[in-house]
Design a protein. Structure first.
Length: 576
């Protein structure tokens, strides 16, 4: 063995430096006694001599790229050893050796994973400029999800490669693989890449979410709902929704989670049928799904139990005869769970023996009693009442929005009329002379009343418009307060506009013997119409107040969203 290799073997740094001083070319020597043809840096890295490695790299950095017989660089050997300090020292040279492959096509990152050198693998993953599916697969199979996350963050295109074969034999993306294996951490990383991976389909036409539903992993479904909620609308090639898949695979937890978490989308998806016209209840019945899931679907009235598929079959007709609790499931599918109490009452009257016992047995089998059914019916009635109150509340909000728009239009109309009256005053203007453009009747009391009332109507209506444009409340109570204020201002504006009109009529109507009756007639007609209107509004307002005081105490707590709304529930309207 050459003296320099002997010094490295003994980790004798002084002897090594002395030999290098005598002959610097000794750094280029290779071990002749080994078939591996290692350099001094290969041997120092292989033995884990950190000081020697640091000194060799300092004296001859190019040795980092040298290869032995098997194509391994010193970094390959350091990765196998897992010595982080040596790996860091070699990477500090700036030479690109992380992607170097030996004759077995292995990179240092490969060897680090195979030797369970996780920290060394992390360093190499952060520095290498070229990583393939092999390294990523090693990171995933070794359980190093954090390193897989580093690789995917640097090379996101790897996630789109269809290089994974899942249990159903289809070629799939990495997200399919993660969902199939119920790997929550890897799924979260992939969904965070924002690469549209949730839209990818495997060779069987299934999306990653479909596989998550098949496996019934609720935590992964929560991650999909949080990051890509629109993916729940995807369907399979056979037009099955995620609810069909959950029912077919008897995953009640996944089914209930989606039904109660997707909001309005769940109602849409639950009503969809597959290419054969099957609802989720048809699918659940055909696979003899667990009793709790069928009970949930029927009890929540998710679909019509009488609905027929394209072959003309109802759900109960698809239930296998060999299914466990066949009679119980068949009754649910034909009559619904809420009819059990009614059947019990009828059977007590007609057959006071065996039929009663049968119903009680069925009730005990499903773990409920008649009082529980009665309580559920009461709850259902309350839900119906709550839904009606909610609908009325929404209609009330819409009515307030329409009232706001109407007030704005009326205010603009009043402003337009008042502006036109101010520019073109009644009685005309002087056409020439020093008073040109001035009103001919400007000195009369009627014109002064007209001018004052017209201007008040103009600027009051402008204030209404500015107020409605500037303040946009998004809650019901602030909106109602705003409308009450603008409603009062609108009445002021309308009142002054009417007064201005009467004053203008006094100015413009001739005061001759044949026309003296005309002005009192106008006043009488206008006053009579307004008197009738205000009388009607007064009666309605007083009636509304009485209803408000007498009926609010009788409204259930869940319906007391608005005392005004509750008091006017039957009439359908109320005044301010």
């Amino acid at each position: 063995m050459q003296p320099i290799f002997h010094a490295i073997l003994k980790n004798d740094l002084p002897a090594f430096l002395e030999l290098v001083e005598e002959s610097e070319s000794s750094l280029e020597e290779r071990n002749e006694e080994e078939r591996l043809n290692n350099t001094v840096l290969h041997m120092a890295a292989k033995l884990g001599h950190q000081e020697l490695v640091s000194k060799i790299v300092e004296l001859r950095p190019s040795l980092v790229c040298s290869r032995n017989t098997y194509g391994n660089t010193p970094l390959h050997l350091a990765a196998v050893l897992g010595d982080v300090n040596i790996v860091v020292r070699m990477l500090e040279t700036g030479l690109e050796v992380c992607s170097a492959r030996n004759i077995n096509n292995h990179t240092p990152l490969h060897l680090a994973f195979r030797s369970d050198s996780i920290e060394a693998a992390r360093l190499l993953a952060e520095k290498t400029q070229s990583i393939g599916l092999g390294e990523l697969n090693l990171a995933i199979s070794s359980g190093s999800t954090s390193i897989a996350g580093i690789i995917l963050d640097r090379f996101p295109d790897l996630a789109r490669e269809e290089a994974w074969v899942i249990e159903d034999g289809s070629q799939s993306t990495l997200l399919h693989h993660a969902c199939d294996k119920e790997d929550f951490e890897l799924t979260s990383i992939l969904l965070g890449l924002d690469q549209g991976l949730e839209e990818a389909l495997n060779t069987n036409g299934l999306s990653p979410l479909h596989l998550a539903v098949v496996r019934g992993s609720v935590v992964i479904l929560e991650e999909f709902l949080d990051k890509v909620p629109l993916s729940f609308s995807s369907i399979t090639p056979s037009k099955e929704t995620v609810f069909h898949l959950a029912a077919r695979n008897k995953n009640m937890d996944a089914f209930v989670f989606m039904a109660e978490s997707l909001g309005i989308n769940s109602q849409i998806l639950l009503q969809q049928t597959d290419e054969s016209g099957n609802t989720v209840l048809h699918i659940a019945a055909s696979v003899a799904c667990d009793a709790p899931l069928i009970r949930y679907i029927v009890g929540k009235n998710i679909v019509d139990i009488m609905y027929k598929n394209k072959m003309g079959f109802e759900a109960f007709q698809l239930l296998p005869r060999e299914a466990q609790d066949f009679e119980l499931l068949s009754r649910w599918l034909r009559f619904g769970t809420d009819t059990l109490q009614e059947l019990d009452s009828e059977n007590n009257v007609e057959h006071e023996g065996s039929q009663e016992i049968e119903v009680i047995r069925l009730l005990r089998l499903i773990g409920i009693n008649t009082s529980e059914i009665a309580e559920r019916k009461r709850s259902k009635e309350q839900e119906v009442e709550r839904g009606r109150q909610s609908l009325e509340y929404e209609m009330h909000i819409e009515a307030l929005q329409n009232a706001r728009n109407t007030i704005a239009i009326v205010a603009v109309l009043i402003a337009s009329v008042a502006y036109a009256g101010g520019i073109n005053p009644p009685g005309g203007v002087y056409q020439d002379g020093p008073w040109r453009g001035k009103s001919l009747v400007g000195k009369t009391t009627a014109f002064k009343v007209f001018a004052i009332c017209n201007n008040i109507a103009l600027f009051t209506s402008l204030c209404i418009v500015i107020l409605l444009v500037s303040i946009i409340p998004y809650k019901r109570k602030p909106l109602k307060k705003l409308l009450v204020a603008t409603h009062r201002m609108m009445w002021v504006s309308v009142g002054f506009m009417a007064t201005a009109y009467i004053a203008a009529s006094w100015v413009t109507i001739p005061h001759y013997d044949g026309t003296r009756w005309l002005f009192p007639a106008i006043i009488a007609v206008a006053g009579g119409a307004l008197t009738v209107l205000f009388s009607y509004l007064g009666v309605e307002t007083i009636g509304h107040w009485f209803k408000k005081m007498n009926r609010v105490g009788d409204i259930p707590s869940f319906a007391r969203t608005s005392s005004d709304l509750a008091a006017s529930g039957k009439s359908g309207y109320f005044t301010y």
